[in-house]
Design a protein around this ligand. Structure first.
Ligand code: PXP
Length: 252
């Protein structure tokens, strides 16, 4: 099994900064620390309301990722404004997500089945600019097929429902994990690279990392929270170790 990559999402460093309207804590410094601690890449979501990451953060993150030769995964909604920003920066990857202003976080996957006419041209223009386009979708066969049909290279499976079910000790957790595994298998069969993210913590990372088709995890909120207690570097190193353990155990 190939080595699983870890993308660290630093949005919530910006959330804390913005709570006081100050210049600190700096998400760009967090990105530098994350890369030094073993993150393979940096993920940042530029929301339309700029509630955490700002345009200036994206400018700075693009520079440091390029300088260090590490990927920047630019998460954004499917809008002309975000497409223009992506095309101006040409990050390594863009992950297209649904966005509603009133949501606390990205609550569900992109509806590629219903939105395919709007999504397909955006995927094409970004791909033509050399950006690897990922679609953040629920673990649903129709969504996986639609992602392939619109020309995405990658799907990122939304792990939020599974992670929440585990945290709340709900019996449906096992079925949700099976659904993620089935969607990952289907996506890989269709030639898509498979990523996963949302809500992952030290407990849920291992079952998700053990899904063999998953090539990358994107993790933010838990790591930034854990950093308050043990520091960002150690939190990332522990997550990295759990990911590696899950892969070794699965391969054995
Ligand atoms: N992947 C995507 C597409 C997301 O929107 C988010 C949240 O911004 C994450 C991963 C990371 O989720 P979390 O912050 O819950 O780890």
């Amino acid at each position: 099994m190939s080595r699983l990559r870890l993308g660290v999402n630093i949005d919530h460093v910006a959330t804390v900064r913005n709570a006081r309207g100050e210049g600190y804590p700096d998400p760009v410094r967090a990105a530098e620390m994350a890369l030094a601690a073993g993150a393979d890449g940096i993920t940042a979501h530029l929301r339309e309301d700029r509630r955490h990451i700002s345009d200036a953060d994206i400018d700075a993150l693009a520079v440091i990722c390029r300088r260090r030769g590490r990927p920047l995964n630019f998460e954004c909604a499917v809008t002309p404004e975000m497409e223009a920003i992506a095309l101006a920066h040409r990050p390594h990857a863009a992950c297209l997500v649904p966005e509603r202003r009133e949501e606390v976080t990205t609550e569900g996957g992109l509806d590629v089945v219903r939105g395919r006419n709007a999504i397909a041209p955006v995927v094409r223009r970004m791909a033509d600019a050399g950006i690897r386009v990922s679609l953040f979708i629920d673990a649903d066969d129709a969504q996986v097929q639609a992602a392939q049909a619109v020309g995405a290279q990658v799907v990122e499976l939304h792990t939020g429902a599974y992670c929440q079910a585990v945290r709340e000790r709900k019996p449906q957790a096992e079925a949700l994990l099976k659904g993620l595994a089935a969607a990952a298998e289907r996506a890989a069969d269709l030639g898509l690279e498979v990523h996963a993210g949302h809500g992952i913590d030290y407990e849920t990372v291992k079952p998700i990392a053990a899904i063999p088709q998953v090539a990358e995890l994107n993790i933010g909120h838990f790591l930034i929270g854990e950093a308050i207690f043990i520091g960002l570097g150690p939190a990332i190193q522990r997550m990295r170790a759990l990911m590696d353990e899950a892969r070794v155990t699965r391969a054995a």
